[in-house]
Design a protein around this ligand. Structure first.
Ligand code: GTP
Ligand code: MG
Length: 137
Protein backbone atom coordinates (compact mmCIF):
# COMPACT_ATOMS: atom_id res chain seq x y z
CA UNK A 1 0.00 0.00 0.00
CA UNK A 2 1.29 3.46 -0.92
CA UNK A 3 0.19 7.06 -0.31
CA UNK A 4 0.66 10.07 -2.58
CA UNK A 5 0.05 13.81 -2.24
CA UNK A 6 -2.25 15.27 -4.88
CA UNK A 7 -2.97 18.98 -5.35
CA UNK A 8 -5.82 20.26 -7.46
CA UNK A 9 -4.14 23.50 -8.46
CA UNK A 10 -5.75 26.97 -8.44
CA UNK A 11 -6.90 26.60 -12.05
CA UNK A 12 -8.81 23.39 -11.19
CA UNK A 13 -10.54 25.06 -8.23
CA UNK A 14 -11.36 28.22 -10.23
CA UNK A 15 -12.78 26.16 -13.08
CA UNK A 16 -14.85 24.02 -10.65
CA UNK A 17 -13.27 20.76 -11.82
CA UNK A 18 -12.51 19.34 -8.35
CA UNK A 19 -15.52 17.03 -8.19
CA UNK A 20 -14.87 15.58 -11.63
CA UNK A 21 -11.21 14.94 -10.89
CA UNK A 22 -11.81 13.50 -7.42
CA UNK A 23 -14.46 11.25 -8.95
CA UNK A 24 -11.87 9.76 -11.33
CA UNK A 25 -9.63 8.81 -8.42
CA UNK A 26 -12.52 7.33 -6.45
CA UNK A 27 -13.69 5.25 -9.43
CA UNK A 28 -10.12 4.02 -9.96
CA UNK A 29 -10.26 2.60 -6.44
CA UNK A 30 -8.02 4.83 -4.35
CA UNK A 31 -8.88 5.52 -0.73
CA UNK A 32 -9.06 9.16 0.32
CA UNK A 33 -7.04 9.41 3.54
CA UNK A 34 -6.86 13.23 3.90
CA UNK A 35 -8.52 16.21 2.19
CA UNK A 36 -8.55 20.00 2.61
CA UNK A 37 -9.04 23.32 0.82
CA UNK A 38 -6.29 25.83 1.54
CA UNK A 39 -4.35 28.71 0.09
CA UNK A 40 -0.60 28.06 0.01
CA UNK A 41 1.65 30.54 1.79
CA UNK A 42 4.83 31.57 -0.07
CA UNK A 43 6.80 29.44 2.43
CA UNK A 44 4.70 26.35 1.71
CA UNK A 45 5.05 26.90 -2.03
CA UNK A 46 8.83 27.29 -1.74
CA UNK A 47 9.03 24.09 0.29
CA UNK A 48 6.80 22.19 -2.11
CA UNK A 49 8.71 23.27 -5.23
CA UNK A 50 12.23 23.47 -3.71
CA UNK A 51 13.68 21.27 -6.49
CA UNK A 52 12.76 23.96 -9.05
CA UNK A 53 14.27 26.93 -7.18
CA UNK A 54 16.41 29.01 -9.57
CA UNK A 55 14.80 27.72 -12.78
CA UNK A 56 13.42 30.32 -15.21
CA UNK A 57 9.79 29.31 -14.65
CA UNK A 58 10.09 29.23 -10.82
CA UNK A 59 8.80 32.77 -9.99
CA UNK A 60 5.72 32.32 -12.20
CA UNK A 61 5.14 28.86 -10.70
CA UNK A 62 5.16 30.25 -7.13
CA UNK A 63 2.89 33.15 -8.12
CA UNK A 64 0.45 30.76 -9.78
CA UNK A 65 0.28 28.18 -6.99
CA UNK A 66 -0.20 30.84 -4.25
CA UNK A 67 -2.71 32.99 -6.17
CA UNK A 68 -5.90 31.31 -4.95
CA UNK A 69 -6.97 28.15 -3.05
CA UNK A 70 -5.99 24.59 -3.90
CA UNK A 71 -7.45 21.26 -2.83
CA UNK A 72 -4.84 19.02 -1.18
CA UNK A 73 -5.45 15.33 -0.67
CA UNK A 74 -3.71 12.10 0.18
CA UNK A 75 -4.71 9.12 -1.93
CA UNK A 76 -3.80 5.63 -0.79
CA UNK A 77 -3.73 2.33 -2.68
CA UNK A 78 -1.42 -0.15 -4.40
CA UNK A 79 1.18 1.72 -6.53
CA UNK A 80 -0.67 5.01 -5.88
CA UNK A 81 2.30 7.20 -6.87
CA UNK A 82 2.79 5.71 -10.35
CA UNK A 83 -0.92 5.19 -11.03
CA UNK A 84 -1.85 8.77 -10.12
CA UNK A 85 0.98 10.13 -12.32
CA UNK A 86 -0.30 7.95 -15.19
CA UNK A 87 -3.84 9.27 -14.73
CA UNK A 88 -2.50 12.88 -14.66
CA UNK A 89 -0.57 12.59 -17.91
CA UNK A 90 2.68 14.39 -18.84
CA UNK A 91 3.59 17.83 -17.39
CA UNK A 92 3.00 19.54 -20.74
CA UNK A 93 -0.68 19.23 -21.70
CA UNK A 94 0.35 19.35 -25.36
CA UNK A 95 1.93 15.92 -24.83
CA UNK A 96 -0.87 14.60 -22.60
CA UNK A 97 -3.16 12.11 -24.38
CA UNK A 98 -6.94 12.51 -24.22
CA UNK A 99 -8.22 10.41 -21.33
CA UNK A 100 -5.57 11.74 -18.94
CA UNK A 101 -6.49 14.58 -16.59
CA UNK A 102 -4.09 17.07 -18.17
CA UNK A 103 -5.04 15.79 -21.62
CA UNK A 104 -8.71 16.38 -20.95
CA UNK A 105 -8.66 19.65 -18.96
CA UNK A 106 -5.44 21.61 -19.63
CA UNK A 107 -3.82 23.39 -22.59
CA UNK A 108 -0.63 24.99 -21.22
CA UNK A 109 2.21 23.86 -18.93
CA UNK A 110 1.87 26.86 -16.59
CA UNK A 111 -1.74 25.92 -15.73
CA UNK A 112 -1.76 22.14 -15.77
CA UNK A 113 -4.52 21.47 -13.22
CA UNK A 114 -2.92 18.89 -10.94
CA UNK A 115 0.15 17.85 -8.98
CA UNK A 116 1.05 14.34 -7.90
CA UNK A 117 4.13 13.22 -5.96
CA UNK A 118 6.81 11.72 -8.22
CA UNK A 119 8.50 9.25 -5.82
CA UNK A 120 8.05 7.69 -2.37
CA UNK A 121 10.54 10.18 -0.90
CA UNK A 122 8.66 13.12 -2.48
CA UNK A 123 5.33 11.77 -1.26
CA UNK A 124 6.55 11.50 2.33
CA UNK A 125 8.07 15.00 2.23
CA UNK A 126 5.06 16.61 0.52
CA UNK A 127 2.38 14.97 2.69
CA UNK A 128 4.09 16.51 5.75
CA UNK A 129 3.84 20.01 4.19
CA UNK A 130 0.04 19.81 4.04
CA UNK A 131 -1.11 17.42 6.75
CA UNK A 132 -0.36 16.67 10.39
CA UNK A 133 -0.25 13.06 11.60
CA UNK A 134 -3.73 13.50 13.14
CA UNK A 135 -5.19 14.61 9.82
CA UNK A 136 -4.16 11.37 8.07
CA UNK A 137 -7.14 9.12 8.61
P1 GTP B 1 3.97 18.97 -10.62
O1 GTP B 1 3.06 17.84 -10.33
O2 GTP B 1 3.31 20.31 -10.57
O3 GTP B 1 5.22 18.89 -9.77
O4 GTP B 1 4.34 18.73 -12.13
P2 GTP B 1 5.34 17.67 -12.74
O5 GTP B 1 5.93 16.81 -11.67
O6 GTP B 1 4.62 17.01 -13.86
O7 GTP B 1 6.44 18.63 -13.33
P3 GTP B 1 7.71 19.29 -12.61
O8 GTP B 1 7.81 18.88 -11.19
O9 GTP B 1 8.87 19.05 -13.49
O10 GTP B 1 7.36 20.85 -12.70
C1 GTP B 1 6.56 21.47 -11.72
C2 GTP B 1 5.65 22.45 -12.41
O11 GTP B 1 6.44 23.49 -12.94
C3 GTP B 1 4.88 21.88 -13.60
O12 GTP B 1 3.64 21.34 -13.22
C4 GTP B 1 4.72 23.08 -14.50
O13 GTP B 1 3.57 23.84 -14.14
C5 GTP B 1 5.94 23.90 -14.20
N1 GTP B 1 6.98 23.69 -15.20
C6 GTP B 1 7.85 22.65 -15.29
N2 GTP B 1 8.67 22.80 -16.33
C7 GTP B 1 8.29 23.95 -16.93
C8 GTP B 1 8.76 24.66 -18.08
O14 GTP B 1 9.69 24.25 -18.77
N3 GTP B 1 8.08 25.82 -18.38
C9 GTP B 1 7.04 26.28 -17.64
N4 GTP B 1 6.45 27.42 -17.99
N5 GTP B 1 6.60 25.64 -16.55
C10 GTP B 1 7.20 24.50 -16.21
MG1 MG C 1 6.80 17.56 -9.93
Amino acid sequence: MESTLVLLKPDAVRRKLCGEILSRFERKGFTLTALKLLRLTPAMAASHYQEHSGKPFYPALIDFITASPVVAMVLTGPDAIKLVRAMMGPTNPVAAPPGTIRGDYATVMSENIIHGSDSPASAQREIAIYFSEQELI
